[in-house]
Design a protein around this ligand. Sequence first.
Ligand code: NAP
Length: 336
Amino acid sequence: MRKIALITGINGQDGAYLAQFLLKKKYKVIGTHKSNKPNILKLKRLGIEKKVKLRKMDLGRLKDIQKIFNKYKINEVYNLASQSYIDKSFYDPIKTSDINAIGVLRLLETIRSKKYKIKFYQASSSEMFGNNKNYKQSETSRFDPQSPYAVSKLYGHFITKNYRESYNIFAVSGILFNHESPLRDKKFVTSKVIQGLIDIKNNKINKIKLGNINIKRDWGYSKEYVAQMWKMMQLKKPNDYIIATGKAHSLKKLINIATKNLGMKTKWKGSGSNLKLINKLNNKVIILSDKKFFRPSDVICTRGDISKAKKDLNWRPKTSFNQLVNILIMDYQKKN
Ligand code: NAP
């Protein structure tokens, strides 16, 4: 009998890669989307849009959830759906919290109330650590969320732990640090920078405006990260794990690697919120830091301590930061 996995948010970056991974493992995959007309572009890019069953399920609607859980004999739920834009969470904190926090509770309550024997994965985030001053953040580090998104994720994280401990539900949280891929939406900074630089090189646009260019993030490759979600669900005992590379790189460094790979001759001018990248060919500003894009409060640096995942999941990140930037560049160049 094929196992049945339910992926909420299957049309997102991780949802699409996880679906591909689980199909290879012979799972029957049911994926959910919130809108009436789902955008299946990512599934199509992976050539799996016909291999998964798509169902509408808004995490804000308990009835939607109950209907799906009633209909299918689900073995594993991967809750990847979320309002995942940090900037948007400052403009729409109520909706963000209803989906990212109470949405998790709606799923867990459905499992608990019907005593379903279903394993549950929650997509937690490094954003929950916020400006924790530790050199690296581990599963036991103090949380210090800096956005409504991060606060809502923290609720999702703790309610998952609470249902595991209170009701003996197999529920795990993967605290994933930033992970990117060619499937990442353009609104996220890595895609915005890489696609923007290629468009500047091809004379399609003049410049890119960014927020704080000095932020540092622990950036990994999404395709590798989704495999760890599955591994967590195969453990004997449910637990929470950090998935990261253990290394932090600045946004400035990402830009430097990308411009070098693209053969662009550039130089930096200014500092802080006046930092600018100049195209040496024509002395024009091609990247600038704009106060408008600064968040009300922001996370300066994230770096994950992956000791626990190394030991229990045999987690070893394979794609280096340079390789990741190259993957993104090559993909966008192919499309243009
Ligand atoms: P993503 O591309 O933004 O995908 C999230 C999906 O959630 C979207 O496809 C969207 O589905 C769905 N969604 C939004 N609101 C919903 C609602 N009300 N009901 C049901 N579905 C809804 O995110 P991702 O990068 O794949 O990340 C997956 C998960 O990991 C998210 O929970 C994210 O917060 C978390 N995370 C991501 C990172 C990262 O670096 N990527 C790091 C840590 C944690 P529709 O297509 O139907 O709109």
